[in-house]
Design a protein around this ligand. Structure first.
Ligand code: CMC
Length: 431
């Protein structure tokens, strides 16, 4: 029994439940013994208040707007690190020294190519196939060409090598799917370019118009990927952990995470924001109409890029992205009318009781799409960009779960509300 306990009275019986405290003093009541001892389950749809694991990767405090990866504040990481450094931090638990960083970069460079046979897969998607569907399929296919490196003597090194393969190949897959969608020849990865520079070059280099990697764009992309790199037990990460808990390989678990991320309430929100801002633009900036729709309980429309399950004062990532949005558009000399619409929409919502009383503020996805537009990333690829960023987080959680002796196959309970047991009626009697 832990030092501190909670007492639960269920009808006439009293149960003592241990209290678990995290390293930032957050508290949980451990209800694992409750079913065995009392015959009751706990019910919490949407897992609004249910911890599924103990994790040492990311801490966030939604009331104070704090987000730390492995103890480091997101503001500092986004300002002072490259995405590859942050990926190393998430995967290994510590920031790399120069030699470790170079070795990790070398691994990423070594694994950037795709098996040529895999390239034929791209030819068989319909012309307008969703880039997220292609990404999740191709990531799953990777396990056939590159089985997990479990045969290596050190299982940890084996995981890191597979993780580096995935991290390197995901950007090749993403860029190839774009090139195929526009009918252009593929551009292969180059060992002399940085992680982000390589991705941009594979996306935008053309035989007749060579792409010049712009340092401002590379810096902004690093920042965006860092801000998306982990977010503890969000929907897609929980999916990766849930799928992995059945003993599934890393590739298939990540593929499932990509599918979860696709949804407009999660990583698809950055695309949905741009589509919403474009709709407002086409409607001659009729903000009143969209605000009214968002507030109408009978209308499924929501302000995309607003609200968060956990952040209730502000999303620290959104603050950084908003600033980066102004800086990037200025550096690239882009004048996007959607930025003005987004700013106005934010101002209206921030002064409206509906949004204030529900703590609905811009989240990480509200301004990120405007930056991706300025970089010429197509709108339907925005969730893919989120996936590129979130991959190190997903892999770190998968590995942590696999190593945790407390891990059990994910298997929630339910309260059944269908018909109570009844006698079977044979077909000839069912008139
Ligand atoms: N526009 C209008 N009303 C909203 C919105 C919104 N964006 N978000 C929440 N509400 C209302 C909701 O209708 C409910 O009102 P009421 O109390 O009257 O029933 C109240 O606010 C609480 O909402 P909820 O649905 O119970 O909150 P949740 O924690 O289950 O959902 C959310 C969180 C992010 C899914 C939701 O805020 C939302 O749908 N936002 C828009 C989609 C979006 O931007 N998603 C990206 C999230 S950040 C990136 C990521 O983690 O993927």
């Amino acid at each position: 029994m832990s030092e501190r306990n909670a007492t639960l009275i269920v009808e006439d019986a009293t149960y003592t439940l241990p209290i678990i405290e995290g390293s930032e003093k957050e508290k949980a009541i451990d209800v694992r013994s409750l079913l065995k001892d009392s015959g009751h389950i706990t019910l919490d749809s949407g897992f609004m208040n249910t911890g599924a694991c103990q994790s040492n990767i990311t801490f966030l405090d939604g009331k104070k707007g704090i987000l730390n990866y492995r103890g480091y504040p997101i503001e500092e990481l986004a300002e002072r690190c490259s995405f590859v450094e942050v990926a190393y931090l998430l995967l290994h638990g510590e920031l790399p020294n120069r030699q470790e960083l170079n070795e990790f970069r070398a691994l990423l460079a070594r694994y950037a190519l795709l098996h040529e046979d895999m390239i034929h897969f791209f030819d068989h998607f319909p012309p307008n196939a969703s880039p997220m569907s292609i990404l999740s399929t191709m990531i799953n296919v990777l396990c056939n060409y590159y089985p997990e490196m479990t045969a290596q003597p050190d299982p940890y090194e084996a995981f890191i090598a597979t993780a580096a393969r995935l991290m390197s190949k995901i950007r090749t897959i993403a860029a190839f799917s774009y090139k195929k969608s526009i009918g252009h020849p593929l551009v292969y990865p180059r060992a002399d370019l940085s992680y982000c520079g390589n991705f941009l070059n594979m996306m935008f280099d053309r035989p007749v118009i060579p792409y010049v990697v712009q340092p401002e764009v590379v810096a902004t992309l690093n920042k965006l990927l860092i801000l998306h790199a982990d977010h503890e037990q969000n929907c897609s990460t929980s999916t990766v952990r849930m799928v992995g808990s059945a003993g599934v390989n890393l590739y298939a678990s990540i593929s499932a995470g990509i599918s979860a991320l696709w949804g407009p309430l999660h990583g698809g929100a950055n695309q949905a924001v741009i589509e919403m801002l474009e709709a407002i633009h086409r409607d001659n900036n009729d903000f009143g109409k969209y605000i009214a729709k968002a507030k109408d309980r009978n209308d499924p429309f929501r302000l995309s890029g607003f609200g968060h399950r956990v952040y209730k004062t502000f999303d620290p990532r959104a603050a950084i992205i908003k600033k980066a949005c102004h800086q990037t558009l200025a550096a690239l000399n882009v004048d996007d009318p959607l930025l003005d619409i987004a700013l106005k929409l934010e101002e209206i919502a921030r002064n409206d009781d509906y949004f204030i009383s529900r703590n609905l503020y811009p989240n990480v996805d509200f301004y990120s799409g405007i930056i991706y537009r300025a970089m010429r990333i197509p709108t339907n690829m925005f969730p893919v960009m989120f996936a590129l960023g979130r991959l190190p987080g997903w892999m770190s959680h998968w590995h942590e779960m696999m190593q945790d002796p407390d891990t059990k196959i994910g298997r929630p309970r339910q309260i059944y509300t269908g018909p109570a047991q009844r006698p079977f009626v044979p077909l000839h009697e069912r008139e």
